[in-house]
Design a protein around this ligand. Structure first.
Ligand code: DI6
Ligand code: FE
Length: 396
């Protein structure tokens, strides 16, 4: 076992409890051995060579807990149509939207999809992310859903990153098909096939007027339960459909978007231990006006996470730092909340307990920033102050 590494003269954002003054981190292999104020460094470690962080801020490495990184093509033309007055839902109902990306994704080979996704992944890593979730959901047939998930796994081998895959077969009703038949005859059997191939870490759905009803999503969740897979849900994004209550009944890891969630939903989420994943990129890009009920989430103790929702239609965003800035400017989250939202709470939204926090025994996934405070991290727009990204104890 190589010598542990000792980082000193750092500012630490744990991010739950702050450390005042100079902080130090001891890393052994891929784990944090010790973290705390430098003057409390245990005697065992004082003789290690010091790597002087020169007062930089160290946070847990960032976690993007909601992306659709793997997809074919882009929807810049729909962006122009929306600028001309069409709504996101109008475009979806007219055969554009998710199903147009489905066509582009079906027509792309695995190699094409990988090549298109890598620059997006690299953009996230360049800002200090080490754990990324990737969803399927632009195949809506067995072959393409499996291809998307295999590409997601391949992304995890192509870069030093921890990749978590989510099966999102219930994302949209394929053109010309009946929603109920699609769920029972394609979506659920495809979930089984993807699980058999070891491609699924969690199961998601889109509960919305333009997608699936709570009753349809419940059938997908029952299938997930039979496979012992955790669930999450795109819920209450464009309207209130009852997705949060459904997700809470299934003890979902997270409900995502949730602009139209209510106080009663917040109570149910808190009781179920479900994380609310806020996606300010989609809120911004679709020029939504309905704000997620942040005050109710705070009051009831619902953990809030943030993701990019990186996707071609509603959030072509590949920056968690910008998501943090947007969460503060648009949703009035505090910078400390925004940091917890892309670290410890994002980990929880993925069912992970070994990362997202600076604590002994956790993974040594750290980000070192050329800033002094958490507020400084959240307030800049379009500037990347990352000094170093440490993944499993290695700077890379
Ligand atoms: N909600 C979203 O924001 C993405 N999926 C979803 O269910 C949008 C997907 C798209 O427009 O391509
Ligand atoms: Fe999404």
């Amino acid at each position: 076992m190589p010598q542990p590494q000792l980082l000193t003269n750092a500012r630490l954002a744990m991010p739950v409890a702050p450390v005042d003054g100079r902080g130090a981190v001891v890393i052994g292999g891929d784990r944090i051995l010790w973290v705390g104020p430098e003057d409390a460094l245990p005697a065992d470690y004082t003789s290690l060579a010091r790597q002087d962080m020169e007062g930089r801020l160290i946070t847990p490495a960032l976690i993007d807990c909601h992306t659709h990184l793997v997809h074919g093509g882009n929807r810049a033309r729909e962006f122009e149509m929306r600028l001309e007055g069409a709504s996101y839902e109008d475009i979806a109902r007219a055969g554009g939207g998710i199903v147009s990306t489905v066509e582009a994704t079906r027509n792309a080979s695995g190699d094409d999809l990988l090549a298109q996704a890598l620059p997006r992944l690299d953009a996230l890593l360049a800002e200090g992310a080490t754990t990324i979730e990737v969803k399927s959901g632009y195949g809506l047939d067995r072959e393409t859903e499996l291809r998307m998930l295999r590409v997601a796994r391949a992304l995890g081998r192509a870069r030093p990153v921890r990749l978590r895959t989510t099966f999102l077969g219930a994302h949209a009703v394929p053109k010309g098909q009946d929603g109920d038949r699609y769920i029972d005859e394609i979506c659920i059997p495809t979930l089984q096939a993807a699980h058999d191939e070891g491609l699924v870490d969690a199961v998601d759905g889109f509960c919305e007027g333009i997608a699936f009803s709570p009753a349809q999503i419940a059938r997908v969740f029952d299938a997930a339960r039979r496979l012992d897979l955790p669930v999450k849900l795109h819920a209450e994004q464009l309207s209130h459909q009852g997705g949060c209550q459904l997700a809470a009944r299934y003890r979902a890891l997270s409900v995502d978007h949730v602009e139209y969630a209510t106080e009663a939903d917040a109570r149910a989420l808190a009781a179920a231990g479900t994380v609310a994943v806020l996606l300010p990129g989609a809120f911004y890009f679709l020029r939504e006006a309905q704000l997620p009920p942040i005050a109710a989430f705070r009051a009831h103790g619902v953990p809030m996470a943030l993701g990019t929702d990186c996707n071609p239609g509603s959030s072509p965003l590949t920056s968690l730092l910008l998501a943090m800035n947007m969460a503060c400017t648009l949703f009035r989250m505090t910078p400390d909340e925004a940091l917890r939202a892309v670290t410890i709470h994002a980990a929880r939204a993925l069912g992970l307990t070994d990362c997202g926090i600076l604590a002994a025994g956790k993974r040594a996934d750290l980000a070192v920033w050329n800033v002094e405070t958490v507020a400084e991290l959240a307030y800049r727009i379009g500037f990347n102050p990352l000094h170093a990204r440490i993944f499993g104890g290695r700077a890379c």
